[in-house]
Design a protein. Structure first.
Length: 333
């Protein structure tokens, strides 16, 4: 541990004063919590995600701080204001290297742009654990970098659950795909996982709504205007799913379109209950957070991890909604 901190300090001395100025405390997009007394009380982890703009990330943040308290580590949870602010996230990772954190947990906003920052962490002896989103492994290896493990679901297989359900239960599907942010591998896997199961469906539209509710509302309005025959929507996150639902309701298409999305937000669960959302894929962000923190401790203690530390995912529909709610209530105690 002392060696890694020394390496990080030496690296910091070579970086610009401007970079150091960006490390000041009190920023609205960072937070910290110190765990209780115990064997890990000197371990500091930087937990850097893509945004806090939707419920998935705030749930992960809550789970991360709960796990940090339980495991006795100090945690700083950080995020840019928008998922598209890749440069800000790069700066956060570089600042974590400068500050000499013992480990970095990262949900990368772009599968390639974060690679140089990961390499800097590698050179400083700071382990990097990916959570929820993967990196372009070939590009990372080409730059001489590595991560200890990816903690999260199989994005493709999780989306596949929703696609299989749609293919089985909907005849003559005419589908609109609401894509995520370009360059994010996890979002592409979600798109492909559903799409590959629904190859018999007619694709009437497939375009990005940038993981944003308002963008999805506008895109869906335009799609419905040009293609009123649409009867299936697959949105690769909950915010876009909710935007699509709003457009469908306002356009007078309620009951005619089966909407599926990803993340199982509280709005999603209510929409399933109301009958405006057919299904949502839950990926348990609090479990991902706790697992990622434990992986940090394992690596610091000298353990070698598998390339993928898989966590569970489940399709939630009206058939298992109450069971899922009860499970989440138990997990959040």
């Amino acid at each position: 541990m002392k060696f890694k901190r020394l390496a990080a300090m030496l690296m910091a001395s070579a970086m610009s004063v401007g970079m150091l100025a960006g490390c000041g405390g009190g920023s609205a997009d960072t937070g910290s919590a110190s765990g209780g007394k115990g064997g890990n009380d000197e371990v500091k982890i930087a937990y850097i995600v893509k945004a806090k703009s939707d419920e998935f990330w705030t749930t992960m943040e809550k789970g991360a701080y709960a796990a940090a308290e339980e495991k006795g580590v100090t945690l700083e949870f950080q995020a840019p204001e928008k998922e598209t602010d890749v440069e800000k996230q790069v700066q956060m990772v570089e600042n974590a290297v400068v500050k000499g954190f013992d480990a970095i947990i990262l949900s990368a906003a772009d599968s390639k742009s974060l690679i140089p920052a990961i390499v800097k962490a590698n050179n400083a002896g700071i382990p990097v654990i990916l959570v929820n989103d993967t990196i372009d492994e070939a590009a990372l290896e080409e730059e001489g970098g590595h991560v200890e493990t990816y903690v999260g679901i199989s994005q493709y297989d999780a989306a596949k659950q929703a696609g299989e359900y749609a293919a089985k239960n909907i005849k003559d599907g005419k589908v609109c795909y609401l894509e995520g942010i370009s360059g994010v591998d996890a979002l592409q896997q979600r798109l492909d996982g559903f799409k590959d199961q629904c190859s018999a469906f007619e694709v009437v539209a497939s375009q990005t709504a940038k993981c944003d509710r308002n963008e999805a509302f506008n895109v869906m309005q335009n799609v419905l205007s040009a293609n009123p025959e649409v009867n299936v929507v697959w949105a690769v996150n909950a915010e876009m799913g909710q935007g699509a639902i709003q457009a469908i309701e306002q356009g007078g298409f309620s009951g005619k379109v089966s909407v599926f999305d990803f993340d199982a937000s509280s709005d999603d669960l209510q929409a399933i209950e109301d009958g405006t959302l057919t299904g949502t894929v839950a990926q348990y962000p609090n479990i991902q957070a706790s697992t990622a923190i434990q992986c940090c401790l394992d690596v610091i203690n000298g353990e070698k991890l598998d390339a993928h530390t898989e966590t569970k995912a489940q399709l939630i529909t009206k058939d298992n909604l109450e069971e899922y709610r009860a499970e989440m209530e138990e997990l959040n105690k």
